[in-house]
Write a protein that binds this ligand. Sequence first.
Ligand code: PLP
Length: 378
Amino acid sequence: MLYLDYNATTPIDPGVHAAMLPFMEKEFGNPSSMCTLGRTAAHALMEAHTQVARLLGARSSELLFTSGATESIATAFHSALSADPAKRHIVTSATEHSATLNLCQVYETHGYEITQLSVDSTGILSLDALEEAITPTTALVSLIWANNETGVIFPIEKIIEITQRKKVTLHFDAVQAIGKIPIDLSTLPIDYLSLSGHKIYAPKGIGALYVHRHTLFTPLFPGSQENGRRAGTENVASCIALGKAAELAHQMLPLEMKRQCALRDRFEKTLLEKMEGVSLHGEKRNRLSNTSNLCFRGIQAVEALLLLDQEGLCCSSGSACNTKLKTPSHVLSAMGLTRDEVNSSLRFSIGRFSTEEEIDHALNIIPRVVQKLRELAL
Ligand SMILES: *Cc1c(COP(=O)(O)O)cnc(C)c1O
């Protein structure tokens, strides 16, 4: 199989698997129990916090483990909106992940006002619009750091400069940025940051939320675990996995970023040069080095996905979640693309286990499949 869908999910790294395995077998202790088994689990859990903290330039006390980024985002919203119940305005963007969009819809039905900032044709939001949107009743600005569909990276420093000046709470959905670009929260004053295990070679169903040490925190599940920040017996093995995944990401990031960028650039350049009617979506410079979102004029992406899959190539149209719903990508639509353009766009995302040979293989398959679909459409 030729896997070019790392933004949808990643395989578990063998090192991560090895680290978590003992905690699914003989080290099954409950971290809250006083016996040796429990203490071993509690100690490993502490180490996992430290590993994730190191990747982010944060303190281990600023992190809590969750069931995934969806829960992290919901927790950040709950906490931020609990801080001052009189503030009932949320600012976000039109290109958020569905985890954020769905949450905003719910808060809207509960009487919150939502401002969804638009983006330009390159996928970048307007900083002036952000500044104007923030009012004295704004409880939270929640934005995606790097887009899962296009790889476009928002201007983080400038966003922070505005939210600092306006003294408004800031949350980033950094799921796609983690492990792909360096992040140092010791120099970036933000309140909340969400991340997910299964986008950085850990299992599905584990994530983390960063909460700045000076940010007032209200848990979604009140209770004693995670320093009183999330009730429920910890998913120990997966927490250990996320810790290990963070450590590996931290070690590999500098080299992997360069390696994946070279693969991606060759992939993109070859398709754009050798094929007719291909165009690239998203800001070219401020973009993740692993993502290519391309429009192949005259094809239907859903049909292409099926044919590519028959050839063993796995990629996606829009985000994995959008494909299931069969609605055109809201991200590409927000960038002003026509329905036709959106429906003929495919996302390729490479990762740690992508090789030169795989890219060559993909560069052989894709033009053939596109050609075939274009002929069928005539
Ligand atoms: C995958 C993803 C999420 C959701 O993460 P889960 O751990 O699957 O809940 C949120 N935001 C972005 C940008 C993502 O890519």
